[in-house]
Design a protein around this ligand. Structure first.
Ligand code: IPM
Ligand code: MG
Length: 361
């Protein structure tokens, strides 16, 4: 019998419901081509879940995810929910999903596509050939450390507190993912921290350094986060794989994404020790263009390709999707976010049609 996979879809908010179907169609086509079958079930998360249930991550959604082989998420958030109390914010749902599924490793590739070089705000010679993988720790650090909250002091003043904390084991497990990722790529790993100021970063640096003897084929370096931010825009080609904590990774992965000029093209994978991963585009829910057939579905489609590669072990099908994305770009199809002179401006639906045509060829 053909291999079967159960996929949970979390369209979320904004352009999510427009781009998820494009990825589903692409997955279905390659499933037929490579002889595996996918079944899809849909769950609520983010603002959509708040509207329906009052909770940005209903228990039912988490259960659905746990009982599937993999999860494809679009994006969450929008103006409508921005002023709700924190426990009812879409972002809280996303953090709950990461914590609930134990997704401690977030892989965010930033690869310059030759067709889109001119979309970068940096000079061609700086970005041509950039191929970076940011490995961001995703369930620890200052996002989750205790204590956290806004407390009243003895003088009646309010004091907001978050705690940046990492344990040995949290550092070791993300370090392992990062070293192994670097091994499969260019063999260079740069660990980013703030060890000149923060104790938690000193521990991070010590642990990562200690691990490096197990990976003699990986060249390890360290940068302070401020310098890393500068180097990323000054000379990004020096980087191969970057490993860093949750907050630094949040910031640096956005900067790395923008090197490519097109955040609308970047996929990501969030992985745990076992169980399903969550695959999502790096871009957000883009509420300003939602429902207007303007969204770029390609990052969602490339996220589905990452899912095939990492969770479902269907590398050939992943290659097929990635190749089809290159084909539509070569043919000049561009959504507004990646549009440049002389190219053919299309909406989400037309991009989808072009992609399916390329996949079926
Ligand atoms: C990201 C986002 C999230 C984060 C937000 C939406 C909670 O910025 O995935 O990078 O900060 O992790
Ligand atoms: Mg972010």
């Amino acid at each position: 019998m053909a291999q079967q996979y159960r996929i949970t879809l979390l369209p979320g908010d904004g352009i999510g419901p427009e781009i998820i179907p494009v990825a589903v169609d692409a997955l279905t086509v390659v499933g037929n081509q490579f002889g595996f079958k996918l079944t899809f079930q849909e769950g609520l998360v983010g603002g959509a879940a708040i509207d329906a249930t009052g909770n940005p991550l209903p228990e039912e959604t988490l259960e659905l995810c746990r009982n599937s082989d993999s999860v494809l998420l679009a994006a969450i958030g929008g103006y409508k929910w921005d002023n709700l109390p924190r426990h009812q914010r879409p972002e809280t749902g996303l953090l709950g999903l990461r914590a609930g599924l134990g997704l401690f490793a977030n892989l965010r590739p930033a690869t310059i596509l030759p067709q889109l070089i001119d979309a970068s705000t940096l000079k061609r010679e700086i970005v041509e050939g950039v191929d970076i993988m940011v490995v961001r720790e995703l369930t620890g650090g200052v996002y989750f450390g205790q204590p956290k909250g806004v407390f009243e002091t003895e003088t009646g003043e309010k004091r907001g507190v978050n705690t940046m904390a990492y344990t040995d084991s949290e550092i070791d497990r993300i370090g392992k993912v990062a070293f192994e990722t670097a091994q499969k790529r260019g063999g260079k790993l740069c660990s980013v921290d703030k060890a000149n100021v923060l104790e938690v970063s000193q521990l991070w640096r010590d642990r990562i350094t200690a691990m490096s003897s197990q990976y003699p084929d990986v060249e390890l370096s360290h940068l302070y986060v401020d310098n890393a931010a500068m180097q990323l825009v000054r000379a990004p080609k020096q980087f191969d794989t970057i490993v860093t904590g949750n907050l630094f990774g949040d910031i640096l992965s956005d900067a790395a994404a923008m090197l490519t000029g097109s955040i609308g093209m970047l996929p990501s994978a969030s992985l745990g020790a076992d169980g399903p991963g969550v695959y999502e585009p790096v871009h957000g829910s883009a509420p300003d263009i939602a429902g207007q057939d303007k969204a770029n579905p390609l990052a969602q489609v490339l996220s589905a390709a990452m899912m095939l590669r990492y969770d479902l072990d269907q590398a050939q099908a992943a290659d097929r999707i990635e190749k089809a994305v290159m084909t539509v770009l070569d043919r000049g199809y561009r959504t507004g976010d990646i549009m440049s002179e002389g190219m053919k401006l299309v909406g989400c639906q037309e991009m989808s049609d072009a992609l399916m045509a390329a996949l079926e060829e």
